[in-house]
Design a protein around this ligand. Structure first.
Ligand code: XMP
Length: 182
């Protein structure tokens, strides 16, 4: 698996430090007045966010719930964006709750836009977005997320939950794949 990686962008120690800081920031914001009343629900987008989510939630001391959604945006071995397909129900009854959508990577922004718009229809008390990575794609407007782990170059990355053809999710670091592994 390691031999398919051209370059490690963030090793496990750097990731752990950043996720800890991100968790502290979210925990701090959750303590603010806005969040004092109402249930908190994290909505991770499967499958790429699972490793990030598992680490992030252990930095949150608040009472939270988790409601997963599943979206398929890359089909099979492709690394380019295709039509999005919702593969699961959106958690019901998010009305009046404080919702944080958690995703692995913000690329074109289509995935977060889709989930955000569907959840907004349920009238949550608040809605925030948290991504581990944001790709800086040249000549595109800056894409918004409330919490961002790292801004990365426009390269296809794997590891720490991110996959290529469903492989490499178990790589503890985040790296760029060699072109011949694609
Ligand atoms: P959009 O374009 O909707 O993409 O913002 C978000 C989803 O696309 C997948 N994605 C990647 N997956 N390495 C991956 O393993 C990447 O470099 C990459 N870029 C986008 C990912 O599933 C994310 O949820």
């Amino acid at each position: 698996m390691q031999r398919d990686i051209k370059k490690i962008l963030y090793d496990r120690n750097v990731i752990a430090q950043r996720v800890s800081a991100l968790g502290a920031q979210i925990a701090h914001d959750l303590e603010s007045d806005q969040f004092n009343a109402g249930e908190i629900v994290l909505v991770p987008i499967l499958t790429g966010s699972i490793v990030f989510l598992a680490d992030l939630i252990r930095h949150l001391p608040q009472k939270i719930r988790i409601g997963v959604v599943s979206v398929r945006s890359y089909h099979g071995k492709s690394t380019t964006s295709k039509d999005l397909a919702l593969r699961s129900e959106i958690p019901a009854s998010l009305a009046g709750k404080h919702v944080i959508i958690v995703d692995d990577i913000l690329d074109t922004g289509k995935t977060l836009a889709l989930i955000t718009s569907i959840i907004t229809e349920q009238n949550p008390a608040s809605l925030k977005t948290c991504v581990l990575l944001r790709k800086r794609i040249p000549d595109t407007p800056e894409l918004h997320a409330d919490y961002i782990g790292f801004d990365i170059p426009d390269e296809f990355v794997v590891g720490y939950g991110l996959d290529y053809d469903d492989y490499y999710r178990n790589l503890p670091d985040i790296g760029i794949l060699k072109p011949d592994a694609l």
